[in-house]
Design a binder for this molecule. Structure first.
Ligand code: FMN
Ligand code: SF4
Length: 474
């Protein structure tokens, strides 16, 4: 804790008890698939903070630190899903070992999983069984992980649910977590308007009206105090850049013990596993370049850089017309669809638009689950179909391919061509694929890389340098 003994702002930062040890109140946010890993997590822990490697379909590393390529052999989605789960366990164990070795006994090591990832419970249990003593805590969001506390009990690790409202935590507490209070390591409040990755906006929250996190976290603290969780830290995630801006949260009884999670800033460190092109792109972003969208096959909102990949999805969303299978009301114009060219009826205005899109090369109409026709170029239509066929079941429910990881293995809904295969694109970008043509998750504050003097002249810090900088308040 020597770093906190410095004078100035650092003196105001209090160490917090996280997963059984006092650490700096600085947490590395877990980032799938491979945007935080054993190397980055080990570096955060070695700096006296909390490192979080992603346990979401990680890449497996060999003893020399090289990625072991994964080629799926299975003929069916179920077979490939099994391979994905087995690989996920092996890979996560390799990252736990790497993080543990690099940490040198300092800080804490957490693993992050998404409750809605395919085979989540199996991967998590496989990892915790295979990496006993190496992982101190599990952070888990995306969905309502009621069973998280049972798994934590079974393996005697701390658990850190990620929620975006007091109500969500209250439901988890009442139904499950109150029975495992001693292992509840913290409650992570993730700002659903600002954090990178998937965002937990509820139906009653307006994506265009961001809400101040202070009253929301104070409300969470009130509830936590009511049920005896006064000493359990809250971890504030999303939109945290300079801790100076959060000074009024420190030593504040309305907030209680507090730590801060960083997801976007660690992307630009020497240990960060993302490709160089992604790092460079982060340094050039302007305000508004990252925005909330609803394209993810999980059905959640998510925050990503507005690049060619997102623009192409926006184009699909725009090139859509509703149809009826019989002429009704204004839907009078027959549009031939499918191999048998069956007439589908659309409005005269939509017929004009569709004719224009076809002339522009978007000549392949595809049906969506919302009774619309969406127009794409033939090559894109083919890519969508191939991606759906090659699905390896990475989610518990996939809107893009209709895969489900249990029961009858289908969501029972039509596959939605307005979404995309998140597994394919995230695996591609983390392996060095084109950052314009792939999904680039990012927090909304990423434009600050360009403005913050810490990064001037293209400076990329080590994790240790970043942590040292953060404790100064900047
Ligand atoms: C590239 C990227 C990937 C992410 N992936 C995950 C993830 O797999 N699981 C998760 O719980 N959070 C994920 N997050 C959220 C971070 O862990 C963190 O909570 C968030 O980024 C904090 O907000 P900030 O981006 O403003 O720093 C991701 C964030 C980014 C930027
Ligand atoms: S199609 Fe859906 S479930 Fe299948 S691998 Fe892609 S994102 Fe995952």
């Amino acid at each position: 804790m020597s770093v906190l003994a410095n004078d100035g702002f650092a003196r105001k930062l209090k160490p917090v008890m996280v997963s059984g040890r006092e650490v700096l109140p600085i947490i590395e946010g877990g980032k799938g698939v491979g945007a935080s890993n054993g190397k980055s997590a080990g570096a955060f822990a070695a700096a006296g903070a909390v490192g979080t490697f992603s346990g979401v379909n990680q890449l497996e590393f060999d003893a020399e630190g090289k990625v072991i390529p994964l080629v799926y052999q299975g003929k069916t989605r179920r077979d490939r899903h099994e391979e994905l789960v087995e690989n996920g366990i092996r890979a996560a164990i390799s990252h736990a070992k790497m993080a543990h070795d690099l940490a040198g006994g300092k800080g804490r090591i957490h693993v992050n999983v998404l409750w809605e990832m395919g085979g989540c419970e199996r991967v998590l249990e496989g990892l915790l069984a295979g990496a006993k003593g190496l992982v101190h805590g599990v952070t888990c969001g995306a969905g309502m992980p009621y069973r998280l506390s049972d798994i934590a009990e079974k393996y005697n690790v701390y658990y850190h649910p990620i929620i975006s409202s007091m109500r969500a935590f209250r439901a988890l507490w009442k139904r499950a977590y109150s029975k495992s209070q001693h292992l509840l390591g913290s409650v992570v409040y993730e700002d659903p308007w600002l954090a990178g990755g998937h965002n937990g906006l509820s139906n009653s929250e307006d994506p265009k009206r961001p809400e101040d996190p202070y009253p929301r976290v104070a409300e969470l603290r009130r509830f936590m105090n009511e049920v005896g969780l006064n000493d359990t830290p809250i971890i504030m995630a999303g939109g945290v850049w300079h801790l100076k801006d959060w000074e009024h949260w420190l030593d504040n009884p309305e907030i209680g013990p507090i730590a801060f999670q960083f997801g976007t800033r660690p992307l630009l460190t020497k240990e960060s596993p993302i490709p160089e092109a992604w790092k460079h792109r982060l340094m050039t972003l302007d305000e508004g370049d990252v925005f909330l969208n609803r394209f993810s096959p999980t059905g959640f909102y998510s925050s990503a850089v507005n690049n060619d990949f997102i623009r192409e999805l926006r184009g699909r969303e725009e090139r859509q017309v509703p149809f009826a299978t019989e002429p009704t009301g204004y839907m009078t114009e027959p549009f031939p669809f499918g191999p048998r060219k069956r007439p589908h009826y659309i409005t005269p205005e939509d017929m004009e638009r569709a004719t224009r899109w076809i002339a522009e090369g978007y000549s392949e109409p595809m049906k969506t689950p919302d009774e619309t026709l969406m127009f794409v170029a033939p090559a894109k239509a083919n890519e969508i179909l191939v991606d759906q066929i090659e699905c390896m079941g990475c989610l518990s429910h996939c809107r893009f391919s209709n895969w489900k990881d249990h029961d009858d293995y289908t969501t029972g809904k039509k596959a939605d061509p307005r979404s995309f295969c998140i597994q394919k694109t995230l695996q591609d970008i983390v392996r060095g694929g084109d950052s314009e043509q792939n999904l680039m998750f990012s927090g909304h504050n990423a434009y600050k890389f360009k403005q913050d003097p810490f990064y001037s002249n293209g400076f990329v810090p080590t994790v240790r340098e970043l942590v040292d900088r953060i404790v100064t308040g900047y």
